[in-house]
Design a protein around this ligand. Sequence first.
Ligand SMILES: C[S@@+](CC[C@H](N)C(=O)[O-])C[C@H]1O[C@@H](n2cnc3c(N)ncnc32)[C@H](O)[C@@H]1O
Length: 340
Amino acid sequence: MVSIANDLAREPNLACCKWVAVCPVNRPPAYSGGSDKSSTPAIVFPTEDLEASMKHVKALKRVVPSPLWPYLGAVRRFVRTIPARTRWQKNKLLSSPTLTERERKLLSKVSSRIDPGDGMYHGDGEHYFNVGLSAIHCIDEALAAAGLKEVRTILDFPCGSGRVMRFLRQRFPEAKITACELASGPVQFCVRTFGAEPAFSSLNLDEVSLGKQFDLIWCGSLVTHLNEDGIAALFRLFRRHLSPGGMMIFTTHGDFVARRIPTRDFDYGLTPEQIDRIGQHYPREGYGFEDYPGEKDYGVSLTSPEWIRTRIREVGDLREVFFKERGWDDHQDVFGFVSE
Ligand SMILES: C[S@@+](CC[C@H](N)C(=O)[O-])C[C@H]1O[C@@H](n2cnc3c(N)ncnc32)[C@H](O)[C@@H]1O
């Protein structure tokens, strides 16, 4: 089992892997998924890279006094997001024969600037940019399924540091994009880098009111971290912020992750006891949730497609137009619902 939780706990600013969520206000870094796909780019972290970088960190820690350790993380994040490096990573992906011409064209226009504080970037730029491409692929398919042609306003919630927003910016050049998060740093990065309008969220999602509605809401990997109440509140938030006929697209941990978790192939940041519990709960209820150790109401959720559909029916006036199992990065399920 790959487990980096302890390293991250000892060096909370490291936040070095793609499973680590952008650290929101008052929250330590947390994991966000992972897939075992080797053919297409995945929310898979190359284990060797992680282990290699951890070795360097451990070696440095032996010679650097402990009060300076947090600075090591900051230096490391700064170095690995040097623009020349991330540009080179983007170019590497651009030369990949797996891309379609359309993907290549879109990617060529996308900003290669990466926020040093982006917890979804662990150093592997090819993977990082590919996750964005995969999101656009799902969004395009869902828009086509809904017959939605015009997208003038977009809400990226939670935007993180714009892993997907950089693609939204180029795919919908005329659209007004709103970047919403708990933490202000990532929102400010999205404002500066992608010309987004800033908006700030709250731990209580029922309190969030952005004062406008959107043609498209993209939500990459937040349902995956919320419990039943949080997910219901998130759906209500999306419903009240959808324009008439607008579409919300969100991702979930479905059957694939539920099958994967008990194998202990990757721990998703949970303890062995939690893995046992969540793995037993899901087949019975179509739902399972465990808080990240030391956190409250934020962790890992497993939600079956039917469980999600029931929660959506409770919100009302939403019609399913799209579902793709493992649609995002061959890992998370993707749903699209249109407001009626
Ligand atoms: C796994 S990350 C995904 C970020 C981004 N969508 C991406 O794909 O790069 C989950 C994000 O949810 C944010 N988050 C957690 N609770 C939130 C809340 N109540 N409101 C808004 N954002 C929240 C975290 O700060 C974190 O950046």
